[in-house]
Structures are given as C-alpha cells and as structure tokens.
Design a protein around this ligand. Structure first.
Ligand SMILES: Cc1cc2nc3c(=O)[nH]c(=O)nc-3n(C[C@H](O)[C@H](O)[C@H](O)COP(=O)(O)O)c2cc1C
Length: 205
C-alpha cells in the first residue's frame, strides 16, 4: 500500500464508483439541476437524505430560496442527462429546456421530479451545515417516486434484471451496473456457513 499525506496528490476519489444523483431545485419560475456524487441517506425515522453542494453552484442559490429539492436516480441509458447537468451551469443555460429534460410534478413540494428517473425523493430542507468548501444539505424525504419493476417487491432492492443504474467512476467516466453474480449474505446465511462464534461467557482477549 502506498501512503500519501496530500489528498491533492493521492486524489480524493477512492470511494468511487457511486450512483450519482441528479438534484433538481425550483425557486419561483427558475428550475435548475446539478449532478451530485457526494450524498448519503442519514436516518430512517424521520427519513433524512443529505447532499453536499458547493455554494458556488447556481442551484445552491435556488436551494437557499426554495428550501426544497428532489433527488433523482437515473439509469445508464440516461447517462447523457447526468453528465450534461453535471458539467453545465444554470448561470449560463436553462438546462431543462436546452437539453429537453422532461419532468413530472411532485406531490408535496413545488420542485418536479425527472420523468426518466427510476426513483426520486421529494425533500424539504431541515438543516444545513457548512463542511469545508461544500454545504451539507439535509432534506426530509416527504415522498418517494419509483418505477414498480425497478425494485424487488419483497426486499425493495434494485432489481438489476429490470434496471441498469449508472455508476460514476470519476474523471467523467460512467459504467453500467450489471450483475455478474449476486449473493445473499444475511445473518442466517452467515450462520449456516458456520464460522467462529463466541461461547456464552467467553471473554475477548
Ligand atoms: C458525476 C458528477 C458528480 C458531481 N458531484 C457533485 C457534488 O456532489 N456536489 C457538488 O456541489 N457538485 C458536484 N458536481 C458538480 C456539479 O454538478 C456541477 O458543477 C454543475 O454544473 C452545477 O450546476 P449549477 O451551477 O447549475 O448548479 C458533480 C458533477 C459530476 C459530473
């Protein structure tokens, strides 16, 4: 293993690939979207979803006014939307009309969801934290949109026979998620395989 103390030299992308999310925001009659790779789910109850957005982004100016956003997940077929939205600014272009990005109305908030999304969250901003050169925006998920066949009915996980999510590899490269082998490793599966188990009262060394 190499060790490098400078993140600049080592790069700061070792956690890629990730499924990028397209964050849409509408303030008044202005609609914009940006692509984000820096995001995470934060809580089940209440359902919270956070995204790190640089304040210099045009969409951040709209987010401050609107207090809400939608988070949209797209398939590899729609990699064009992900890349375009992530490499152009609302300061210069109305992305939705210029790139003909279709929307559908949300049910609780005013910001629409993307028609091509296989899943999308309607979020109202509940907290914001300044984290270095980004602002971490925490949204409460008020509604979930999803294509019925995109998720396994029982386990709610993406069904890769029906959807091919886009993955961001870094440096403007994208890959398709295809399953070349899937394995379930729940607690019961692990126990069935045996493995070391602590005996009652056994102390750790
Ligand atoms: C794959 C990808 C991931 C990105 N992730 C983020 C991110 O997590 N946070 C962020 O602020 N910008 C991120 N960006 C950059 C913005 O999407 C980009 O600057 C966009 O043009 C901003 O648009 P706006 O000025 O209209 O808001 C990412 C771009 C790409 C292509």
């Amino acid at each position: 293993m190499k060790v490098e103390r400078s993140v600049e030299k080592a790069g700061f992308y070792h956690y890629y690939p990730v499924v990028p999310v397209v964050v849409a925001v509408k303030a008044g009659d202005q609609l914009d979207a940006l692509t984000c790779a820096w995001y995470t789910a934060l809580s089940f109850d209440p359902p919270l979803f956070g995204v790190a957005i640089a304040p210099k982004r045009y969409s951040y100016q709209l987010l401050k006014k609107s207090g809400e956003f939608t988070a949209n997940f797209l398939t590899f077929d729609n990699v064009g939307i992900i890349a375009t939205v992530g490499r152009t600014s609302g300061k210069e272009v109305d992305k939705f009309s210029a790139y003909r990005i279709k929307t559908l109305p949300s049910t609780v908030i005013k910001t629409p969801v993307l028609k091509d999304a296989y899943a999308a969250y309607e979020c109202r901003i509940v907290k914001q934290y300044k984290t270095g050169d980004h602002v971490f925006i925490v949204g409460e998920v008020l509604a979930v949109h999803y294509k019925g066949n995109a998720f396994d009915k029982k386990d709610k996980m993406p069904d890769l026979k029906s959807v091919t999510p886009a993955l961001y590899l870094g440096a403007d490269n994208y890959i398709a998620i295809k399953s070349f082998g899937q394995i379930r490793m729940g607690k019961e599966d692990i126990l069935k395989r045996g493995g070391p188990r602590r005996k009652k009262g056994q102390k750790t060394e």
